[in-house]
Design a protein around this ligand. Structure first.
Ligand SMILES: Cc1cc2nc3c(=O)[nH]c(=O)nc-3n(C[C@H](O)[C@H](O)[C@H](O)COP(=O)(O)O)c2cc1C
Length: 154
């Protein structure tokens, strides 16, 4: 096996970072998150579907979808997820996906969520991210998890 292959999600240790994400049908964020090799929970595509209610700490990964008429940038599916108090309580940080063509609105949904929910913006990346983004997030999130979610003593 290629030593650079990230571990399969099912092989992840219980204390591994958990990534909750939304991705539209273009699937960029889904592709990025899959490359991390951490356990994941996907927020459903349809707002009519039940939103996940979390029972352990996680980081959120969210693309920005700007709507010029309303000025909103957070996908409604993510708004529904964040309306659950338990989800807001357990969220440790947020990562933003976007496209730098949008200038100062690049990944702005993550900034808005961070400000509203009082969590840090951990990282921003374009589209499905580069291999450097994957390495940096994998390392950074592992260190962040060790600091914020130390394993329980045996
Ligand atoms: C209608 C529309 C509006 C968008 N608005 C923004 C934006 O304001 N800022 C930004 O950084 N990216 C914006 N994007 C780019 C998406 O965030 C980017 O393509 C992202 O990778 C989509 O993720 P997904 O394929 O997982 O849904 C927009 C894309 C679309 C189609």
């Amino acid at each position: 096996m290629d030593p650079n292959t990230p571990p399969h999600p099912r092989a992840a240790a219980p204390q591994d970072p958990l990534v909750v994400y939304f991705s539209s049908i273009s699937g960029n964020t889904a592709k990025f998150v899959a490359k991390l090799g951490f356990p994941t929970v996907r927020i459903p595509l349809r707002t009519g579907e039940d939103t996940p209610i979390m029972d352990r700490p996680f980081v959120l990964c969210v693309p920005t979808y700007g709507r010029p008429r309303s000025g909103e940038t957070i996908p409604p599916q993510v708004m529904k997820f964040l309306r659950e108090p338990r989800n807001r309580e357990l969220m440790l940080g947020v990562m933003g996906a976007g496209n730098t063509n949008f200038g100062e609105d690049f990944g702005i949904a993550a900034d808005k969520i961070a400000a509203k929910c009082q969590v840090p913006v951990l990282y921003k990346f374009e589209l499905m991210g580069t291999s450097e983004d994957v390495t940096r997030v994998h390392e950074g999130l592992t260190a962040f998890w060790t600091r914020n979610c130390p394993p329980l003593p045996a």
